[in-house]
Design a protein around this ligand. Structure first.
Ligand code: ARG
Length: 483
């Protein structure tokens, strides 16, 4: 067997630098489980078409399974020589070892073929009957993205669970809400936290949608025009738990929309993560003082002994740039590519690996971080009680007395002005002062602008009234935790 998969028509050897540069094995070795699964599915398909005898199929499947265990074997070997526990060998270490072990492998497809030859001899050469690397890489990447989506969905559930528990712990604690980063109206802390649960639910639905859309099997599409054998494509589709075979071979071998969908959903999630991270970074400042950063998730300064820095939230905010970058790179890669397969597409793989690693990394720390947040409810409440956050409720009081809202707005504006001049909140202004502004003020005004009343007047679906938030929390628990 020649070292290359395609050397028959070539007389000259490849330029060494070009050969090394175009290889994808240094990064696509990560597709080993997917390549093995897809190859096993293809073996079943060609066996059904009479290309392999039942014995050969059996031998092939066992050989492929053994090849699939190469990464475990390397993890084992690395830990034996380094003395560190097996699970600590990093993806990079395993990758470096496996790539060094097969310098002649051009890509993961070539690697599996070479290793399968070591397992089952020349029978391995039959595996490529009726297939092309173009359909293989399209299939491997779909399988990879599908797993990454499942992982993300489960990680997102963990983070939402942490947010919901925190909202429950917050009870009826209050905080200011902001618009333009200026104090606006009081809200329940739980209401604020549930805002993130809503964002994450949309994120989950984006990932789930993408999963449904991508779950079709390219195997049998051949290089571009379809397999050259009358294969029953449903065999592989079923074996790999796809909904059905893809309907068009040209599209199937050149489509990378599923990668784009995943990266775009990831970058939207990244934006939400960065908004959360930004708020926590702000709220942990002495200027806000709403939250004590958990020490387990903070770092110190090598220079300034007093510091406790919010590295987790800063890094989480920074990771969103990578996700957005990957989505942009993929869109740019696909734009203007003629049908069907082009080698440019190889460039998309590392973006996807990076998206998957970035997401699983940040989502591994966020739930624990979220659960260990300690809010300073006293400071949040003080902030919610100062700065005229009840002005809208006050205007509503007047409009309930029959004053047109525009007029009520004007009167309360004057009251705020008066308060600012006297250094008093609305509820500290003498009733006689207020009555000079409007005859509609009476003693019941002060109850109407209390903190509780200010919250509870937002008694609409999605509003921050205590009873509404309680209900929203129950509904979120039902949706996310099924309880
Ligand atoms: N490593 C290649 C990729 O990622 C696999 C497909 C190669 N196909 C080809 N016709 N050269 O795109």
């Amino acid at each position: 067997q020649s070292a290359k998969m395609w050397s028959g028509r070539f007389r000259e050897p490849l330029d060494y630098d070009f050969e090394q540069w175009q290889r994808s094995f240094p990064f696509d070795w990560r597709l080993l489980p997917q390549e093995v699964a897809a190859s096993r599915a293809h073996a079943r398909t060609i066996a059904a078409a009479g290309i392999l005898t039942p014995d050969e199929l059996d031998k092939m499947l066992r050989g492929l399974e053994a090849v699939g265990q190469r990464t475990d074997a390397w993890a084992h070997r690395i830990s034996a020589t380094s003395g560190q526990p097996e699970y600590t060998s990093s993806t990079q270490q395993i990758g470096a070892a496996i790539v060094a072990s097969a310098p002649q492998a051009e890509d993961i497809h070539h690697y599996v073929e070479l290793e399968l030859t070591r397992e089952v001899g020349s029978l391995a050469l039959k595996l490529h009957t009726g297939r092309s690397r173009n359909e293989q890489i399209a299939t491997d990447m779909r399988l990879f993205v599908r797993d990454a989506i499942d992982q993300t969905l489960s990680d997102l559930r963990d983070w939402r669970t942490a947010l919901i528990s925190l909202a429950e712990l917050a009870g009826d604690a209050v905080m200011p809400s902001y618009t333009h980063l200026q104090r606006a109206e009081p809200v329940l802390v739980a209401h604020w936290l549930l805002a993130y649960v809503s964002m994450l639910e949309r994120d989950s639905s984006r990932f789930s949608d993408a999963r449904v859309r991508m779950n079709f099997c390219p195997l049998g599409s051949g290089a571009v025009a379809g397999a050259t054998l009358a294969l029953d494509r449903s065999i592989a589709a079923e074996a790999l738990e796809f909904t059905a075979p893809t309907p068009n071979s040209m599209d199937a071998t050149s489509d990378r929309d599923f990668m784009l969908d995943f990266a775009q959903a990831a970058s939207t999630l990244g934006l939400h993560i960065s908004r959360f991270a930004e708020e926590l970074t702000l709220y942990a400042t002495a200027e806000f003082g709403f939250v004590d950063l958990p020490e387990a998730y903070s770092t110190g300064s090598s220079a300034m002994p007093q510091k406790k820095n919010p590295d987790l939230t800063e890094l989480a905010r920074g990771k969103s740039a990578r996700l957005l970058g990957a989505a942009t790179a993929l869109a740019t890669l696909i734009k203007g590519l003629p049908l069907a397969y082009n080698k440019d597409l190889q460039e998309g793989q590392e973006q996807i690996f990076d998206v998957a690693d970035t997401l699983s990394g940040v989502l591994r720390v966020l739930p624990g971080f979220t659960s260990s947040l300690k809010f300073r409810f006293d400071k949040m409440q003080t902030a919610a009680e100062t700065g005229y956050l009840n002005a809208m409720a006050a205007a509503t009081y007047l409009s309930n007395k029959g004053v047109p809202f525009r007029k009520a707005h004007e009167i309360i504006g004057n009251a705020v002005r008066l308060g600012l001049d006297k250094g008093l909140e609305l509820n500290a202004l003498p009733l006689s002062d207020l009555q000079q502004l409007s005859e509609h003020f009476s003693e019941d005004f002060f109850a109407a602008i209390s903190l509780r009343a200010t919250l509870d007047c937002h008694d609409v679906t999605g509003g921050t009234a205590t009873s509404r938030v309680k209900q929203a929390l129950q509904e979120a628990k039902l949706r996310v935790l099924n309880m």
